[in-house]
Design a protein around this ligand. Sequence first.
Ligand code: XMP
Length: 512
Amino acid sequence: MIKDRIAILDFGSQYTQLIARRIRELGVYSEIFSYKIAPEELLRWGARGVVLSGGPESVFGVGSPVMDSRILDLGLPVLGICYGLHLLVHLRGGRVRPSGRREYGYGEFIQDGESLLFSGLPSQFGVWNSHGDRVEELPAGFRRIGFTKDEPNAAIAWEQERLYGVQFHPEVSHTELGKEIFANFLFRICGVRPTWTLANFVEETLETIRREVGTKKVLMALSGGVDSSVCALLLHRAIGSQLCCVFVDTGLLRKGEKELVERVFSQDLGIRLRVVDAGARFLRRLRGVADPEKKRKIIGRTFISVFREVAREVGNVGFLAQGTLYPDVIESGKVPHPAHVIKSHHNVGGLPQKMGFRLLEPLRNLFKDEVRQLGKELGLPPSLLYRHPFPGPGLAVRCLAPVTPSNLETLRQADAVLLEEMERSGWMERVWQAFAVLLPVRAVGVMGDQRSYGLTVAIRVVQSQDGMTADWVDLPKELLNRIAQRIVAEVPEISRVTYDITSKPPGTIEWQ
Ligand code: XMP
């Protein structure tokens, strides 16, 4: 087990994940826990230090989150950030004052005296604030270690007790020396070492998977996306032929998708893969359905029924594996209590329970970039490693025209032209997603001397950090031109190409 580990107590800040990221970037393992965690649990988990996150609440609010104050008596170093600072002050008998309005933005932070937390940092640096309350009176034992123009107590410490608090957010990149502040907290105050490496993770995880799985078989739905691919590789390394991967051809895949997955997994990596051709079944159930939510439900249900049949055929299946990542776990509101690598409470669509399986989620404590790095180390080829996200319901949510085999083929062709041009021009790796959408709109055109009256395709190319917000990409005119000309020339059913210039918000990335 990795001994040097830091616990983050979550009080609901939008930045809590960033705290975990910053700490892991410094090579120290960290996990996020509910603020409700008991002190004994923290000790059992092996925390060597505790960070209290920010939060949207005021410590004065009715029902605001308050942790067990005995956590402050464990002798562990504590760093309170924003709300975490207020809580620290509040619980230790100091006074926090509501300022009645939230303050956002930059401030110049000035150090006051020496402190380990800011050791080696300049006496003045820029910080990012976002808070409503402020510290009015310090609890006994504490002293101020820094201030800003508006905040007389922007940072406080009780060095002997190793209790620290900052009003600003060191985890956001706008705080200039945030990383150095965390490094001081980790290495100088908590005394941990940077032992979190993927090699350690792999070693530990393989062990856990083998122990948990025993002689049972593990079934896993492989989508060809990064997460499920890396998950499959890890499991394959742990349990070899006890892993059975299933790739369902829903008839809603992109051009060459099935062939790529078969080649990489079956041929190159030697992983046991079952390919189920269920396209006809999916398309039959989708016939005449235009409503996006209905489409998703039908696809989800059909997927489950196909999967169940495969499970029955395979036999002796005890586990269902999923490539759930840490942000999914956090965002689903299921911040774990001291987590094992494998948990069974988080699932999608109730699938495992209905089937009597246990859930295996070996990536559930990793962030996306860590998963990519892991995939690289496990030998996943770049063609899969750096793929754009692709929605589970596939082309069904990109085919606004009736979901028929011929419309899907039209969409597939237009999409393939787009992706080829994006690859060729080097734009593919510079954007978050690029895809075509088939619209149920006919438009008049001229092809040679002939009048055409074909369908319309919309091109969507967006940039994004995490898919939560996105901007449309201003592709060069020549590239757009080439894409449009080739689509109309090479896909006979299409007579018009449009470019989607809606950002998210107010739009979403997908059209359905
Ligand atoms: P939206 O359209 O909500 O999409 O802006 C955000 C990101 O999520 C992907 N997406 C999905 N992924 N199942 C998935 O696995 C879905 O039903 C689904 N819908 C959207 C989308 O491609 C984008 O990256």
